[in-house]
Each structure stands twice: as structure tokens, then as C-alpha cells.
Design a protein around this ligand. Structure first.
Ligand code: ATP
Ligand code: MG
Length: 140
């Protein structure tokens, strides 16, 4: 299978607990390469635009506030089948349902404060990567 790229966000619950490195170690252990990375404080506007697909969901406002509640680390990950591979490494949205050895099983606090985001399709990965990074910032 071909090399693919996906967007990852280490969420504010994880930066607050100083576990960015622990999450990165798990990402790298599972064969994904971090080819771009930066730490940002999202504004409400950024978060609403990024999560626009969830605008109608009951948790939308809480989710956007949470994503702005502290620094995030945005990353581009590269690897074989990276979109699906990273979804596996993250584990289920609700940590109560996440498999052993996944990031969310190991680190997530709740269904909302679930430590990481990962793109859910190749198409969305391209859109989400372009949302945060210019070509010059991605070094594969
Ligand atoms: P992400 O998009 O962050 O990678 P996901 O694809 O596993 O996570 P989505 O269904 O896209 O899950 O939901 C986006 C985010 O919204 C979740 O990661 C979580 O932080 C939050 N969320 C999802 N469902 C709920 C819920 N029922 N209550 C509160 N927050 C939720
Ligand atoms: Mg999602």
C-alpha cells in the first residue's frame, strides 16, 4: 500500500498533562512518522471552522470551547495507510470502548477530552492538513 498522510491533533487535555512526548512515542512505535508539527492556541473561530461538520451535533459548542481551552499540537503523520492506521492507534472516540494499547485507552480522560484527533478519510486528511500547514512546513 502507498504512503499516505493524515492530520493529528494532540488536544488540550493532553498538553495540559505534559504527555505530548508520550503520545508521540506511541505514534512512532506504531510506524507513523511525524513529518510536520507545531503548537498552537486555537481561537473559537478556528475551532468552529475546523469542526464545521459537527455544527449540528449537541456537543459542538462544548467541543469548540474545549479545543480552545489550552494549547494543541497539530501534526502531519506519514506512513503506509496512515489515515486508517492512525485511527487504529488512537482507538475508539469514547475511551471506555478503546482497545488496550491505543492512545485513548492509555491517556484519554473522557469522550470529549480524548487526547487526540485524527482525520477520518484521505479526502478530509488533505483538507485538514491544508488548514494548518503550508507545503514548506511539511518535510517528508
Ligand atoms: P476526532 O474527530 O477528534 O478524531 P472521532 O473522529 O473519533 O474524533 P467524532 O465523531 O469526529 O470522533 O467527534 C469529534 C470529537 O467530538 C471527538 O473526538 C470528541 O472530542 C467529541 N465528541 C464526540 N462525541 C461526543 C459526545 N457524545 N459528547 C461529547 N463530545 C463528543
Ligand atoms: Mg472525527
Amino acid at each position: 500500500m502507498a504512503l499516505q498522510r493524515t492530520l493529528s491533533i494532540i488536544k488540550p487535555d493532553a498538553t495540559r498533562r505534559n504527555i505530548t512526548g508520550a503520545i508521540n512515542a506511541l505514534i512512532e512505535r506504531e510506524g507513523l512518522r511525524i513529518i510536520a508539527q507545531k503548537r498552537l492556541l486555537l481561537t473559537q473561530k478556528h475551532a468552529e471552522k475546523f469542526y464545521a461538520v459537527h455544527a449540528e451535533r449537541s456537543f459542538f459548542n462544548d467541543l469548540c470551547s474545549f479545543m480552545c481551552s489550552g494549547p494543541v499540537v497539530v501534526q502531519v503523520l506519514e506512513g503506509v495507510n496512515a489515515v486508517e492506521q492512525y485511527r487504529k492507534v488512537m482507538g475508539a472516540t469514547n475511551p471506555a470502548n478503546a482497545d488496550e494499547g491505543t492512545i485513548r485507552k492509555e491517556f484519554a480522560e473522557s469522550i470529549e477530552a480524548n487526547s487526540v484527533h485524527g482525520s477520518d478519510s484521505k479526502e478530509n486528511a488533505a483538507i485538514e492538513i491544508a488548514f494548518f500547514f503550508s507545503d514548506m512546513e511539511i518535510v517528508g
